[in-house]
Ligand binder design. Structure first.
Ligand code: KG4
Ligand code: ZN
Length: 340
């Protein structure tokens, strides 16, 4: 099946053409980061308007790069939520319009479901598996039994890991989004330079909390008047990254031990992080667990990842009605209800 996938949940307008939920024929991502950087974060109204300008050119480019015409499409998969409602509506409406015009089915997919299955575009993972999804809006541990069947084992009770990265970067005077820059600066810093808190490390739950860590970075920045670039800034980045990765790895290890999982997927934008990737590789080697982390180009927001669950749903007869609305919040544990 040839599926057109569309993503517009936040600040990336993306379209991809994927065959059989596995082979990426094209994947186009148009980022709005430069537009939002001036405001220090994503401005919802501006995001919606930028999606509106980009959506048709991005879809056209995806078809051109795949070497296919519209007539070759057999289904459309699109992010239904969670995300910014106005932003979601642009991609969702485009997907419906294409499906109606071509008389082909369309299906609304959970954005995090896309992240979860991004590794499948490289190598499918056998079910069941444990998944750590770390992005700008999510830090969640899921038990994944199959497409649509997810159980949340743990989640952040405040900031997501990517959000903590971006907020700490802002505190230190870096441009938005600062996650990748902190990662780069951390490589020149000493991770043991500062002892930053490890929130909820030993509370017995699989939940996370990152807001206290952000406060500690703020206090440290004020106390020592950290400037950029400097060794002190590199050390703060390295110490922050060490604290985040320590907590993520410790909770993931606890989840592996509790569930007896033999496979782990790590996905989402923060899965690009070099420190986290290293830590997860050594954790899984130590525990004898099979690890799947997608190539960094598949970790951030893209449309190809949505085609994996999208293809599964469409080829198993699931269709979204044309009356379906987008949803700013959507619990992964409830997806199975919408499929039955
Ligand atoms: O998955 P994603 O592209 O969008 C969301 O669904 O949120 O994740 C974006 C997040 C941002 O917070 C960004 O700063 C973070 O991923 N990020 C990183 C790195 N690359 C992107 N965080 C830490 N290290 C990186 N190398
Ligand atoms: Zn995302």
């Amino acid at each position: 099946m040839i599926v057109l996938a569309i993503e517009s949940s936040c600040d990336e307008t993306a379209a991809a053409v994927v065959r059989d939920g596995r082979f990426v024929l094209s994947s186009v991502v148009s980022s709005q980061i430069d537009i939002h950087a001036a405001y220090g974060g994503v401005v919802p109204e501006i995001a919606s308007r930028a999606h509106l300008q980009s959506i048709a050119p991005v879809v056209t480019q995806a078809l051109q790069e795949a070497g296919l015409g519209m007539a070759a499409l057999e289904g459309v998969a699109v992010t239904r939520g969670p995300g910014l409602s106005g932003a979601l509506l642009v991609g969702f409406s485009a997907a419906k319009a294409i499906a109606v015009a071509l008389t082909i089915p369309f299906v609304g997919v959970h954005h995090i479901e896309g992240h979860l299955f991004a590794p499948f575009l490289e190598q499918p993972v056998a079910f069941p598996f444990l998944a750590l999804v770390v992005s700008g809006g999510h830090t969640h541990l899921y038990h994944v039994e199959g497409f649509g069947h997810y159980t949340t084992l743990g989640r952040t009770i405040d900031d997501a890991a990517g959000e903590a990265y971006d907020k700490c970067a802002k505190i230190m005077g870096m441009p938005y989004p600062g996650g990748a820059l902190i990662d780069r600066m951390a490589r020149n810093g000493n991770p043991g330079a500062l002892r930053l808190p490890r929130p909820m490390l030993r509370d017995g739950s699989l939940n996370f909390s990152f807001s206290g860590l952000k406060t500690a970075v703020l206090q440290q920045t004020l106390k020592t008047a950290v400037t950029l670039p400097s060794q002190a800034a590199d050390d703060l980045c390295a110490s922050f990254q060490e604290a985040v990765c320590h907590v993520l790895a410790a909770k993931t290890e606890a989840a592996i031990r509790q569930t007896g999982a033999t496979r782990l997927v790590v996905a989402g934008g923060v899965a690009c992080n070099s420190g986290l990737r290293r830590r997860m590789i050594s954790l899984c080697q130590h525990l004898g667990v099979e690890l799947s982390i997608p190539h960094p180009s598949l970790c951030g927001d893209n449309a190809a990842m949505l085609a994996v669950p999208g293809d599964y749903y469409l080829s198993h007869g699931h269709r979204s009605p044309l009356s379906l609305d987008v949803t700013a919040t959507w619990d992964m544990d409830r997806i199975k209800e919408s499929l039955s």
